[in-house]
Design a protein around this ligand. Structure first.
Ligand code: FES
Length: 112
């Protein structure tokens, strides 16, 4: 199997909904989330203590403005991955390449 070939993450990804969890081509855990119409992907690894951000796929905090780590509450800008509050303020999530096709499906990897 060609691991660089784009792989389907989700047929749809709802605005403000649960993240789609997936495995990046290098085997790292990652997630994709839709925020303000765009789709963003990051490794599911918090810069604070390295744990996964999500709780059962939930990565957006209740206001929908930020990603939030379920472990100790660090919050991140969804479009940049920058930590803007909490124990790792100023650090960044590591991007994971994702792209969306015209039908709304979300795929791992760079645009094909
Ligand atoms: S592991 Fe994410 S805030 Fe501590």
């Amino acid at each position: 199997m060609n691991t660089t070939e784009p792989r389907l993450i989700a047929a749809t990804l709802a605005e403000g909904g649960l993240a789609a969890l997936f495995t990046a081509p290098d085997g790292a855990r990652a997630f994709a989330v839709r925020w303000q119409g765009g789709v963003y992907g990051y490794l599911n690894q918090c810069p604070h203590a390295g744990g996964p951000l999500d709780f059962e796929g939930q990565v957006l905090e209740s206001s929908g403005r930020f990603l939030m780590c379920a472990r100790h509450g660090a919050i991140f800008e969804p479009d940049t991955g920058k930590c803007v509050g909490g124990p790792c303020r100023g650090a960044r999530l590591t991007p994971a390449a994702v792209h969306e096709k015209a039908d709304g499906s979300v795929w791992a990897g760079a645009t094909d």
